[in-house]
Design a protein around this ligand. Structure first.
Ligand SMILES: NC(=O)c1ccc[n+]([C@@H]2O[C@H](COP(=O)([O-])OP(=O)(O)OC[C@H]3O[C@@H](n4cnc5c(N)ncnc54)[C@H](O)[C@@H]3O)[C@@H](O)[C@H]2O)c1
Length: 398
């Protein structure tokens, strides 16, 4: 094994709260299932691998059921649990509210948290509508609170490296983007309905769930802004078992594809599906510039494929960079060169960057304005499926 890169002195020292001079950042986490687990893990791991200016205190897990929230708090290492969000928000000791609940609660929880003076991290998509997202972004700015949206894939080392290479001009002017996020967990018509298959609770199906990530990735990687989209959606299974012996109506898309025109002339194609047989978490993005191209796929998380026209003509071809050397984004904080990391680490990076930005007063992206920009594209896509026409992004958004 290669020698560790950092001396013991470089590593954040293990401290107890008693002798830790850093100010605390006390966290209330709302929701404690899939994303609750990912966030809780990230809050704990960030402390261990990144030198943070604030001491993260896992204060309270909030859920609808106190006993279940208490069980989650024990498991995740939070000090307490509550089923009373208002009381938690009224507690001046809480600094940061982390929202890990279904989409229909993001707006209400974030608005209440901001009004109570808390910083907020919110899951994606930011809201159910442009109007909700706009209100959240406006209030965050007015109250001068620090906010972030959990578009965690921006912070995979390979994606952050891709953004660096594109900004440096390594692939030239971006002309075309090809993005696909494909899963198959709703392929079986007997798969149960949930909040994710209802428009009232989810807003949309694969579109808000998966295209939201792709839209954010494209904005983060290329800096391109969407101008107009034209979209197509399909619901293959319109009724699903409701888990109580009955049937529940499905009123969101199973698959949602759209074409995009960006300001400045670039174009893009986007595909999302929860019925793409055989695809488990195929989150793949290709960026084509006039001097090179890049490709990243979550299922090969640490790898970035790069083609450069600047290479000798007889040696050109896509090459694969393993983005786990100390020179790559985030990698130096983990293990010796080449020791790979996984899905959960993207959330850890999100926490580390957010806490540093909060402490230093530096920008953090994606913030709620970025979440609003994503919401505008989602909304334009939905309106396009209703009319079959191109829809300008932002124009007439609800
Ligand atoms: N960033 C990502 O990669 C990613 C991945 C999956 C989900 N998500 C997003 O995370 C959010 C949560 O998704 P999930 O997969 O964790 O869902 P989930 O169904 O696994 O968990 C939702 C949790 O919220 C709780 N809950 C529901 N309504 C609530 C309310 N009104 N108040 C308090 N708690 C409530 C549930 O009891 C549960 O603990 C969604 O917005 C989803 O789009 C993001």
């Amino acid at each position: 094994m290669a020698a560790p890169r950092r001396s013991a002195a470089d590593r954040p020292a293990a401290r107890t709260a008693g002798d830790d001079p850093r100010p605390p950042l006390r966290i209330a986490m709302v929701g404690h299932a899939f994303m609750g687990r990912a966030h809780a893990n990230a809050f704990r791991q960030a402390e261990r691998f990144f030198p943070l200016p604030r001491r993260l205190e896992l204060a309270v897990v909030v859920g609808r059921d106190r006993a279940r929230a208490a069980a989650a708090a024990r498991r995740f290492g939070f000090a307490g649990a509550s089923a009373d969000l208002a009381a938690v928000l009224a507690d001046p000791a809480i600094d940061l509210v982390d929202i890990a609940t279904p989409n229909d609660s993001h707006h209400a929880v974030a608005m209440a948290a901001l009004r109570a003076g808390k910083h907020v991290l919110c899951e994606k998509p930011l809201a159910l509508s442009v109007a909700e997202a706009r209100a959240m972004a406006t209030l965050a700015r007015r109250r001068r609170r620090r906010v972030g949206v959990w578009h965690n894939y921006r912070r995979a080392p390979a994606v952050a490296l891709a953004a660096r290479l594109i900004a440096r001009g390594d692939i030239g002017v971006v002309r075309q983007v090809r993005a696909a996020y494909l899963q198959d967990w709703l392929r079986d018509p007997q798969a149960e309905a949930s909040w994710r298959t209802r428009r009232r609770t989810a807003g949309s199906g694969a579109h808000g769930d998966l295209n939201a990530h792709l839209i954010d990735l494209v904005r983060a990687l290329t800096g391109l802004e969407f101008e107009a989209v034209t979209a197509l959606q399909q619901t293959f299974t319109r009724q699903r078992p409701d888990g109580r012996g009955g049937k529940a109506r499905v009123d969101v898309d199973d698959a949602f594809c759209f074409l995009a025109r960006f300001r400045g002339g670039a174009i893009g194609t986007f595909e999302s599906s929860r019925t793409a047989t055989g695809r488990k978490n195929h989150n793949c993005i290709e960026v084509y510039g006039d001097a090179g191209a890049l490709r990243w796929n979550l299922e090969r998380l640490n790898e970035l494929e790069l083609f450069r026209c600047a290479d000798a003509a007889d040696a050109q071809g896509f090459r694969t960079i393993l983005c786990m050397d100390a020179k790559h984004p985030y990698a130096a904080n983990w293990w010796p060169d080449g020791h790979t990391i996984g899905y959960e680490h993207t959330f850890v990076h999100h926490v580390a960057d957010f806490v540093r930005a909060l402490h230093d007063g530096t920008p953090f992206h994606p913030d709620f304005d970025d979440g609003l920009a994503v919401q505008r594209v989602l909304d334009a896509g939905l309106r396009s499926t209703a009319t079959g026409r191109w829809v300008e992004v932002g124009a007439g958004a609800r």
